[in-house]
Write a protein that binds this ligand. Structure first.
Ligand SMILES: [Fe+2]
Ligand SMILES: [Fe+2]
Length: 229
């Protein structure tokens, strides 16, 4: 998990939780800085959506931090599959989908409210409101609300991001794709309440996303310049 710009760790969380997250972040970043940065940005957008949905500041911060671990299960996937420039085969796709359950397994530690939420988000962020998602095919309110929020944030970041196999789109195109759908994404996949919140806070999402991406790419350039991975 790369650092999220200008956002303090929630005061309710003990210092050890910060340290554990930092260790996870370092390990994950060494393996896969693309996913690491994606998670930081998804967390930031999820936190912004929480604010628009009326969550308190502390709750929004906790969801933001937990969302920054949502793809940690990718840690266990083969690198060539994670960053493959072309389409994945059905067999490869079946393996990639397992990152949800792997992430849940990594984060499932009893007694921590924070990790419990993080494990839930890891497991459920690819569930769709219309029941067409994975891994369990949950629908509607059977999907934890925070996971419905992260699903929207995850899609926004995935659309905007540059990847080995595609160029990212601008804010307006990403927004229209989520709200109106295209050949791969349908609005029915998302909780309508979260879509309304996205519309409400779209200018803030754009501003924070663009600023966050600038900070993260600056960090990456500095790490490369100093010889760090
Ligand atoms: Fe994912
Ligand atoms: Fe993701």
């Amino acid at each position: 998990m790369a650092a999220c710009p200008d956002v303090p760790f929630p005061e309710e969380e003990p210092a050890e939780a910060q340290h554990v997250l930092e260790c996870l972040s370092r390990a994950e970043g060494l393996r896969d800085c693309v996913t690491n940065e994606h998670e930081a940005l998804v967390g930031m957008i999820a936190g912004t959506l929480c604010e628009a949905l009326g969550f308190g500041f502390g709750e929004s911060q906790i969801v933001m931090r937990a969302a920054q671990l949502h793809d940690i299960g990718k840690f266990a996937l083969p690198s060539d599959m994670l960053h493959k420039p072309g389409r994945l085969s059905p067999e490869e796709w079946a393996v990639v989908k397992k990152h949800t359950e792997i992430g849940h397994g990594i984060l499932s530690i009893e007694g921590s409210r924070f990790l419990d939420l993080a494990a839930t988000l890891a497991l459920c962020h690819h569930e769709h409101f219309d029941g067409s998602g994975y891994p369990q095919g949950l629908a509607g309110e059977a999907i934890p609300f925070e996971a419905r929020i992260v699903a929207v944030a995850d899609t926004y970041e995935a659309l905007r991001a540059n990847r080995a196999y595609k160029d990212g789109v601008g804010h307006e195109v990403a927004l229209a794709t989520i709200l109106e759908g295209d050949d791969r994404s349908k609005p029915d996949q998302f909780d309508p309440k979260v879509l309304r919140a996205l519309e409400d806070c779209a200018p803030i999402v754009m501003q924070r996303y663009d600023a966050g991406r600038r900070v993260l790419s600056g960090e990456r350039d500095r790490a490369r310049g100093s010889g760090e991975p």
